[in-house]
Ligand binder design. Sequence first.
Ligand code: PPS
Length: 296
Amino acid sequence: MEKYKHVLPGQHVYKGRLFFGFSPPDVLDAVKDFDVREDDVFIVTYPKAGTTWLQEIVWLIVNDGNIQKAKVEQVYFRSPFLEFKDLVLNEVGLELAKPMPSPRVIKTHLPVDLAPTGIFKTKCKKLVLFRNPKDLCVSYFHFYRSSSSFGNFQGSWPEFLEMFLDGHVDHGSWFDFTKGWWDKRDNSDVYILYYEDMKKDLKNEIKKMSCFLDKSDISEDTVDKIANHCCFESMRTNPMTNHHDVYSINKEISPLLRKGMVGDWKSHFTVEQSGYFDLLYAEKMKGIDIPFQYQL
Ligand code: PPS
């Protein structure tokens, strides 16, 4: 008898991590050998950390604030999701990325040891976005419910929380992902940033990212334009970023841009669940001091 009832479409285990069928083994093999360019920019996140938000911002920074172009092409085509293959959407990350002109802005949710070998053999920039794991887990729960790619999860919140803490979710354990990438924080081509800081002061974060991306000459006007274009309300109503066209997401159950806030976990976790989470966190992340913010 399986421990968990829910089965992801095409579910498989690859090098100890659970994956859905949209990241099949042959794609994960091919990703390892992906030809990384020196001027690639990687958006590295665990699912639901604010990936789409960062993709849109970074794409605009490297494209000198070209909002006109951002308004006519889906973010998932401008910034390919490397280990993703969805033939219905015609979204095959590797195929999109290969012919793309530089600089490419590439999304991955992979733990560090499954990322392309070239990611640390080149000077490509890696922006690693973290989000407090309680809000992230809540966001993942709702996405599991709304997306057919995840099998439209019918289980309860406590069931999902257990699966999350056990690493029994697509792309494997959050703890494993976070520890692996945190270990790379001293690499000069790795930049760690936090969803909560972006919520607090987006313009300042855009300026800091621009410096990391060797675009420190970005104008105040461009920063303002990017910040306005990328605020929650603007991305929620923008058909190029809100994923309303994506057949697998039932926005009536829960849209991709759901609440976009810090602290929504408090409306899901009971006091006991939060205490249990903290206990497990302390055990699994012993000796690792990541400054997560659970409220603003
Ligand atoms: S995915 O599918 O894994 O790439 O999802 P991801 O983009 O990482 O995460 C979706 C959550 O990010 C929130 N989001 C934003 N928050 C604030 N401002 C902006 N502009 C923004 N864009 C996306 C989105 O609302 C999801 O979080 P929740 O908590 O579910 O609302």
